[in-house]
Design a binder for this molecule. Structure first.
Ligand code: TRP
Length: 325
């Protein structure tokens, strides 16, 4: 068993946005390309089912996620990237884990509590979502889990359920540790709240110039005149801009805000140009592979084959432990 296995997952809903890229995807690619052992990336299409409206686009979503990782520079020889549903043992393990976790504790999870007032027909899948995520991690004995800050509680739950299982049945699972990227962990969306698809405040990188421009135009600002000095620290445009450029360039723009004669229209255009430049190669590569389904399927099949080997071995051991065999 390898004790330092890195695994991350990303729910396949829509296109990954700038927040996903900066907080998880880019730092994880850095880690993956330097790692001596291949890292695991689960494209979580079963998690995506918790919103059944996603079903119709499920296939496109998977290709979007995969193409994003490749376009951003993931060396596919250094990663085992697979569709979560290709390894059905994950749902089996999710069931076992849910028998080792207290119902009451699960009702306290943020991702569930946050939605309970807004979603009319909340489903059981959304409720047990953390058990499936725990299974995603524990099935592969993963130790290091790169995630955004919003996933920290899910990792805590994964540790808790693993600990319970280990205490009752004997040491079976590795306790995973969350790895977050401090600098870019929190990316503001166009309304100033954390960028998130469900909040409708996202900026997509892999989208037409026209829509990208529109999304940037949506960034909230106050109504200060062009001439007046502006506080970069409370400015959403700047908070995104500074994550994309060197400190030197960020300081130059900071001074422009402070000096005045730098209006929001110009600032938004600078951000737009900055995103086009920063992701020029990535966008080009994304567009050149997104329709090559043969190529993308081959990568997914390869990934599934390797993930399956480990999943089979581990689930068989777990079935033994649970006296199912
Ligand atoms: N829940 C995670 C998210 O919404 C996605 C995810 C699924 C995940 N399985 C995982 C993250 C395993 C880390 C490890 O972003």
């Amino acid at each position: 068993m390898n004790n330092n296995r890195i695994l991350t997952g990303i729910q396949s809903t829509g296109l990954p946005h700038l927040g996903n890229l900066l907080s998880v995807i880019l730092p994880t690619i850095d880690l993956a390309n330097k790692s001596l052992i291949p890292i695991f990336i689960s494209i979580a299409n079963l998690h995506s089912l918790t919103n059944i409206k996603n079903i119709i686009n499920n296939k496109d979503y998977i290709y979007n996620i995969l193409a994003t990782w490749i376009a951003c520079g993931l060396n596919i020889n250094k990663a085992i990237i697979y569709k979560q549903s290709d390894i059905p043992e994950v749902t089996e393990l999710a069931w076992y884990l849910s028998c080792f976790f207290k119902y009451k504790r699960l009702t306290l999870v943020h991702s569930f509590k946050d939605k309970i007032n807004t979603l009319q027909d909340i489903n059981v899948g959304l409720f047990t979502y953390p058990m499936l995520m725990a299974a995603d991690i524990l099935l592969y004995n993963a130790k290091i889990i790169p995630v955004g800050k919003d996933q920290l509680q899910h990792i805590e739950i994964t540790r808790k359920v693993a600990r319970n299982f280990n205490r009752i049945m004997g040491k079976t699972f590795v306790l995973p540790i969350a790895l977050t990227n401090v600098k870019t962990m929190y990316v503001k969306g166009t309304d100033g709240k954390k960028m998130s698809k469900s909040k409708n405040n996202i900026i997509n990188v892999f989208i037409s110039n026209k829509i990208l421009k529109k999304q940037i135009e949506n960034i909230h600002t106050d109504n200060k005149s062009i001439q007046s000095s502006k506080d970069p620290n409370t400015n959403i445009i700047y908070s995104i801009y500074k994550l994309l450029v060197s400190e030197k360039l960020a300081n130059e723009i900071k001074n422009k805000y402070l000096n005045g004669n730098y209006g929001y229209f110009e600032a938004k255009n600078d951000l737009y140009q900055c995103i086009l430049n920063r992701f020029y190669n990535e966008r080009k590569l994304f567009n050149s592979i997104i329709n090559d389904k043969l190529y993308l399927d081959k990568i997914l099949n390869n990934g599934a084959e390797k993930a399956r080997e480990i999943a089979h071995l581990n689930i068989s051991n777990i079935r033994n432990i649970l006296r199912l065999k």
